[in-house]
Design a protein around this ligand. Structure first.
Ligand SMILES: C[S@@+](CC[C@H](N)C(=O)[O-])C[C@H]1O[C@@H](n2cnc3c(N)ncnc32)[C@H](O)[C@@H]1O
Length: 341
């Protein structure tokens, strides 16, 4: 797909959730100068998200420009006029800085709404495994906010609330379809949790926190507030994150996993950033390790319809893999449709 087409597809994807970003990315698709600024993104990184986040990061730093009025995240009052000329001007005035941010940052959106779909999967694993506690390794954990999944409160519309009633993070979700996902009042205990990321984001670092905020479209207030609360939880309960490439770090993390708890590896919205050979290699690492103990891999990625990620559970035992589709869900956990028995 060429660069302009990537921006057009992104515009389609955000049409409902961020009309501002849809208008801006459609304009960028027809603007060779701005396409060129976005071309600084490193291989495999999504250019639309990086350009938009880099712009918002500079606005969040406090750069003054009429564009800020279109960004509620920066105190903007969302005027009715056309944002495109202001966006173009901002990009050209700040071109060098934008190029440098785009070249050095990665798309690392860390959304705890995904914990709403991880929860029932962890429960499913705990029910199907011979033991009820879990050892977890998250691939592509960003700031590790989903590693704290059992420290949040969940409000499942029409079903009930569960989780930590005192948590500052409430994740609201809706169950669609006939099947109820498995949801217990108490979570399976977590014996060990580790995250692996090429570039773990540090919730105590001002620039990293600004980048996490910049990755959320400016009008998505609920996501912004939820992120702020999850950062608060992570500062109290720092996730153990390891820096490095998944293929290099995973064997070590697998070998250190305790023997008794069920071993769960999970990745949410990560595979789209990996080469096909890397994914194949990752699968073979998991298969190889499963000769020592069974490994369950929850792979959650937007691999089918745009914005409607699928959710697979791959169980490796003695080198063999069996795969089942667990659910479909909205990318930020707003709803879930459970498939598994
Ligand atoms: C879009 S973010 C998703 C973050 C988090 N899983 C979530 O859903 O909220 C993808 C993450 O994968 C990481 N990543 C990409 N390639 C990787 C690799 N080869 N090894 C380790 N982490 C990687 C990125 O740095 C980024 O933090």
């Amino acid at each position: 797909m060429d660069r302009a087409e990537t921006f057009r597809r992104y515009a389609e994807w955000v049409e409902e959730t961020s009309p501002l970003y849809a208008v801006l990315t459609r304009a960028v698709a027809d603007d060779p100068d701005l396409l060129d600024v976005s071309s600084e993104a490193s291989a495999g990184q999504p250019e639309p998200q990086l350009l938009l986040a880099a712009v918002q990061a500079l606005l969040l730093e406090g750069r003054e420009h009429p564009l800020a009025r279109f960004y509620p995240s920066c105190g903007g009052d969302e005027p009715d006029d056309d944002p495109v000329p202001h966006f173009r001007d901002f990009c050209l005035v700040n071109e060098q800085r934008l190029r440098s941010v785009i070249a050095t940052r990665r798309c690392q959106t860390n959304d705890v709404g995904r914990s709403a779909v991880l929860c029932p999967a962890f429960e499913h694993v705990a029910r199907t495994a011979a033991t009820d506690s879990l050892a977890q390794i998250e691939i592509g954990s960003s700031a590790g906010l989903n590693l704290n999944w059992d420290r949040y409160r969940y409000d499942v519309s029409g079903v009930r609330t569960f989780g930590d009633p005192d948590s500052p993070v409430t994740i609201a979700t809706e169950v669609r379809g006939e099947r109820r996902p498995p949801l217990s009042r108490t979570f399976p205990p977590v014996a060990r949790r580790r995250g692996i990321d090429l570039n773990p984001l540090d919730v105590t670092d001002e620039d990293d926190v600004r980048w996490l905020r910049a990755l959320i479209p400016p009008g998505r207030r609920r996501r912004r507030d939820r992120l702020a609360a999850a950062i608060e939880v992570a500062r109290e309960n720092p996730p153990a994150l390891v820096e490095g490439d998944v293929l290099e770090e995973l064997p070590k993390q697998l070998s250190e996993a305790p023997a008794d708890p069920a071993l769960v590896v999970f990745s949410t919205h990560v595979l789209y950033q990996l080469e096909a050979e890397t994914i194949a290699h990752l699968r073979s690492l998991l298969a190889e390790y499963s000769t020592e103990q069974p490994v369950r891999w929850l792979a959650i990625d937007p691999d089918e319809e745009l914005g409607k990620p699928t959710y697979r559970l791959v169980t490796f035992v003695d080198g063999d893999a069996t795969e089942s589709r667990l659910a479909r869900f909205e990318s930020y956990g707003n709803w879930i449709r459970w498939h598994a028995d």
